[in-house]
Write a protein that binds this ligand. Structure first.
Ligand SMILES: [Zn+2]
Length: 364
């Protein structure tokens, strides 16, 4: 597979930032959405649409308004679906929403650029799963576009394995002098009816296995304190969803006229896109998740894990110390529904089993 191109990422961010504003209420936002749609449409097999939804009167929306967002679908062979997106709308709180300048380069042309670049690379090959690439809008008015798509997905019974939202992923440093070029944060929450934390843990593992020195830093909470993102409406509708965001945000460049391409680190953005690409490539070709993942009740120094295969040939068993947020060991098992892990006890460790390349299920 070709590599992520920092030049492509830069060109997309610069193009999106060149619109006077991409505020969801503005006249230029639909123009930007149409430009983005036409870029996705250049890719092989990609089906594109400007999805319409109603932004209801409320916070930052003076009256009910019909708006669009960009949805591009790369069809797969199975009925399972992955979603990657960033929000293409921008915000400048210092000016008039409809007409004031709001470049929104990092927040969030960066996430949209990463999405378009991953789409370009993933469309070069056929995958098992369908992948839906989204330029959300209405994010700044309260996650309106992501909620519209998540509700549609739930109503239509989409079988979504994972949603990767990228929001503000293009800068490695802030004006306080902090810098981290080697990590991107991934926020995830736990819940009864979704497996978002396991999706995050899987992505961290997969990127680490890739061998590069750029890694995911898992943050074990829904989002930053008091703030939100487009992954959350998906979680609330029962889907696995996580948020990528740079480690050191610069708050004076968020929702201001200073959110400009010249403050961005293209190499860093390329690394974040690469992490998404590694995760999506793996997930898009994974077999179905196993069911009945259990730890065998017996006393001893070894741990036996059992599961029921739902069609995958190879399964991966993972384990970690209960104090560790990330997987520490793994073994691949072919044509079997049981594995014994020697000298890893079930008291001090958590275990999980996944179809090879898929989101694992915790063993209980
Ligand atoms: Zn944002």
């Amino acid at each position: 597979m070709q590599d992520v191109s920092a030049a492509n990422l830069r060109a997309t961010v610069e193009k999106l930032a060149s619109y006077n504003t991409r505020n969801t209420l503005s006249a230029t936002m639909p123009e930007a959405a149409e430009w983005l749609r036409s870029e996705f449409a250049k890719l092989p097999r990609m089906k594109t649409e400007l999805m319409t939804y109603v932004a209801p009167k409320g916070r930052r929306v003076p009256e009910d308004m019909e708006v669009v967002q960009c949805v591009a679908t790369l069809p797969g062979k199975s009925d399972r679906i992955l979603v990657m997106g960033g929000h293409m709308d921008s915000l400048n709180l210092q000016v008039d929403a409809k007409t004031g300048r709001a470049p929104g380069a990092n927040d969030d042309a960066s996430g949209v650029a990463a999405t378009l670049e991953c789409a370009r690379l993933l469309s070069q090959k056929e995958h098992e799963q369908t992948i839906v690439f989204v330029g959300f809008t209405g994010e700044e008015q309260g996650l309106l576009g992501s909620r519209a798509l998540a509700e549609k997905a739930k109503a239509e019974g989409w079988k979504i394995d994972g949603v990767l939202s990228n929001d503000t992923v293009g800068s490695s440093s802030n004006l306080a002098g902090q810098k981290d070029e080697k990590h991107v944060r991934v926020f995830s929450e736990e819940g009864e009816d979704h497996n978002s934390r396991e999706l995050a843990r899987f992505l961290e593992w997969e990127v680490r296995q890739g061998g590069g020195d750029f890694r995911l830093k898992l943050v074990l909470r829904r989002d930053r304190f008091g703030r939100g993102g487009d992954h959350t409406p998906f979680v609330q509708n029962g889907f696995n969803a996580v948020r990528f965001i740079e480690v050191h945000e610069e708050y004076t460049r968020q929702h201001t006229p200073d959110d400009l391409p010249e403050h961005m680190d293209w190499n860093y953005l390329a690394n974040v896109a690469k992490c998404n690409l590694i995760g999506l490539t793996s997930l898009a070709n994974a077999g179905p998740s196993p069911s009945n993942v259990r730890i065998k009740m017996d006393q001893g120094h070894n741990t036996t894990v059992t599961w029921k295969s739902n069609g995958a040939k190879v399964h991966t068993v993972y384990w970690r110390d209960t104090r560790s947020a990330v997987w520490e060991g793994h073994v691949d098992v072919k044509d079997a529904e049981e594995a014994t892990i020697p000298l890893v006890n079930k008291d001090d460790h958590f275990f999980a089993v996944g179809a090879e390349g898929g989101v694992p299920t915790e063993a209980r």
